[in-house]
Design a protein around this ligand. Structure first.
Ligand SMILES: Cc1cc2nc3c(=O)[nH]c(=O)nc-3n(C[C@H](O)[C@H](O)[C@H](O)COP(=O)(O)OP(=O)(O)OC[C@H]3O[C@@H](n4cnc5c(N)ncnc54)[C@H](O)[C@@H]3O)c2cc1C
Length: 404
C-alpha cells in the first residue's frame, strides 16, 4: 500500500500487535485509546496455536513464558472449598481447559506495549467521526482534534466505536451470551496452591480465584446469568450500579464470595461486561478494517479471543504491507482469517456449562469434569481439543522493512 499513516483505535492486544507489525513494515502509526493509559486488569488470557506463533515471530515468546502464570491446573470446588473435580495444566498436551501459556492480560498488554517503538499514542481520546474517500479518511476526535489518515483500524473491542461509525450498529452484530462477568484483583484469601478454583452456585452464579503473579494477590471473577439480550440492565460505565448488582446476586452465595464482594469494590482494575460474540459478514471497507474483538469476538469462554486478536492483527498488517490496493489488503485479510475466527466462536453447549442454573446442572458439570481424564470421555475430549480452531500463518518476511 502506498499510503503510510495509519490510525488504530484501541491500545490493547489487537491494536498494539498491529502497530508493532505496521512499524516493522515502515508505516507511520498513531494509536488512540479512550482510557488514560493502556488498560491493565483482567485475568489470565491463553496463548494458543497460531496466537503463540505470532508472539514468537515478534521475539516475545521467552518473555511471555517468563511472565506466564505458574498454574497447577483448574479445579471445581464446593461451598466448603473442597475440590470436586480437577484437570491438571498438562492434561491434553497443555491444550486443555488451561493452556500451556496463560499470562495475565495486563502483563501481555505491558509486554506488547514495550515492544512497540515510535508510535504516537493519544490517550483519553476517541474517534467521534470518520469519513472515507478514495484517498484517505478524515477523522474527528472527541478532544476536537481533526486529522486525515491513509487508513483506520478498529481494534477497540467488543463495543467498538469504529465498528459503529463505519460498519454496523452494535445491536445488529453483537450476539449476547446471557452472562455478565466482573474481573478484578483481590487479596489471596485462601492458599489455592497454584490451582485455579471455580465455584458454582444454583441460579447460574460462578465465582473464581486464581493465583496472581504478585505474592498475596489473586485474580478473581464473579459471573451471573441474565436473560440473553436483556443484559444486566445497567449502563456499561456505571460501576456503582454494577457493584450493587453483584452484591444482590451473590448475597449469601457462600464459599469466598463474601470476601470477593468488598474486594471488587476496592479493586483499581475492576472491569465488568456482558459477554458476547461479534458476527459480521465483512471486516473491511475501502480504507478501514476491524480486528480482534471488534471484528469477531469469540468471548472469553472460548479461550481463543487473544489468539484471534493476535492473528488478525498480524495478517492485516502483513496484507497492508504487501498489497498496493488497501481494498485488496482488507479483502485478503478477511478471506484468510475468517475460517479460523468463525471456528473459534464454537462454544460447546453454547457456553451454558460455565454457569449451570440448577444443582443437577452443577453436579453434571462436576461429574463430567471428574470423568474427563478417563476413558471414554478422555478420548472424546482429546479429539475435541485437537480440533480446536487454528490457522497456518502467512509468511510476510519478504515485506519491505524500512526505517519509519
Ligand atoms: C479491562 C479488560 C479486562 C479483560 N479481562 C479479560 C479476562 O480476564 N479474560 C479474557 O479472556 N478476556 C479479557 N478481556 C478481553 C480480552 O482482552 C480480549 O477478548 C482479547 O484479548 C481481544 O483483544 P482486543 O485487543 O481485540 O480487545 P480488548 O482487549 O477488549 O481491547 C480494546 C481496547 O480498545 C479500547 N477502546 C474501547 N473503546 C474505545 C474507543 N472508543 N476509542 C479508543 N479506544 C477504545 C479499550 O479501552 C481497550 O483498551 C478483557 C478486556 C479488557 C478491556
Amino acid at each position: 500500500m502506498k499510503s503510510r499513516h495509519i490510525l488504530i483505535s484501541g491500545c490493547s492486544i489487537a491494536g498494539l500487535t498491529c502497530a508493532y507489525w505496521l512499524r516493522r513494515y515502515g508505516f507511520t502509526v498513531t494509536i488512540v485509546e479512550i482510557a488514560e493509559a493502556p488498560r491493565s486488569g483482567g485475568q489470565a488470557v491463553d496463548l494458543r496455536g497460531a496466537g503463540r506463533t505470532v508472539i514468537e515471530r515478534m521475539g516475545l515468546l521467552d518473555e511471555a513464558r517468563m511472565r506466564s502464570l505458574d498454574q497447577e491446573g483448574i479445579a471445581w470446588v464446593d461451598e466448603h472449598g473442597r475440590i470436586r473435580a480437577s484437570m491438571a495444566a498438562d492434561a491434553f498436551g497443555g491444550e486443555g481447559f488451561v493452556s500451556e501459556i496463560e499470562i495475565l492480560r495486563g502483563d501481555l498488554v505491558e509486554l506488547l506495549q514495550a515492544s512497540v517503538d515510535g508510535v504516537d499514542c493519544l490517550f483519553d481520546d476517541s474517534i467521534v467521526e470518520l469519513s472515507q474517500d478514495a484517498e484517505g479518511v478524515d477523522v474527528v476526535f472527541l478532544s476536537g482534534r481533526r486529522q486525515r489518515f491513509d487508513y483506520v483500524i478498529g481494534a477497540d473491542g467488543l463495543h467498538s466505536t469504529v465498528r459503529s461509525l463505519a460498519f454496523a450498529e452494535e445491536a445488529d452484530v453483537v450476539e449476547p451470551l446471557g452472562l455478565c462477568i466482573a474481573w478484578f484483583a483481590a487479596p489471596a484469601f485462601a492458599d489455592c496452591q497454584g490451582w485455579y478454583h471455580n465455584y458454582n452456585r444454583r441460579g447460574g452464579l460462578a465465582a473464581s480465584i486464581r493465583p496472581g503473579r504478585r505474592p498475596g494477590e489473586s485474580k478473581a471473577a464473579l459471573s451471573f446469568r441474565v436473560r440473553s439480550g436483556e443484559g444486566a440492565g445497567i449502563d456499561r460505565h456505571d460501576r456503582q450500579g454494577q457493584l450493587a448488582l453483584l452484591r444482590e446476586r451473590f448475597d449469601g452465595a457462600g464459599w469466598h464470595t463474601e470476601d470477593l464482594l468488598p474486594a471488587a469494590s476496592n479493586a483499581e482494575d475492576f472491569a465488568f461486561d456482558e459477554l458476547g460474540q461479534v458476527r459480521m459478514d465483512r471486516w473491511w471497507q475501502d480504507r478501514c478494517a476491524l480486528i480482534g474483538d471488534a471484528a469477531a469476538a469469540p468471548s472469553p469462554l472460548s479461550g481463543l479471543g487473544t489468539s484471534v486478536a493476535l492473528v488478525g492483527a498480524y495478517v492485516l498488517a502483513g496484507q497492508l504491507a504487501r498489497c498496493h490496493d488497501p481494498r485488496l489488503a482488507g479483502r485478503t485479510y478477511d478471506r484468510l482469517v475468517r475460517p479460523y475466527a468463525v471456528e473459534s466462536q464454537e462454544l460447546p453447549g453454547g457456553g451454558a456449562g460455565f454457569a449451570p442454573r440448577s444443582d443437577l446442572g452443577i453436579w453434571l458439570m462436576r461429574t463430567s469434569m471428574r470423568l474427563a481424564g478417563r476413558w471414554p470421555l478422555r478420548d472424546l475430549l482429546a479429539r475435541q481439543f485437537a480440533k480446536s480452531a487454528d490457522i497456518v500463518l502467512p509468511d510476510y518476511s519478504d515485506c519491505r522493512v524500512v526505517d519509519g
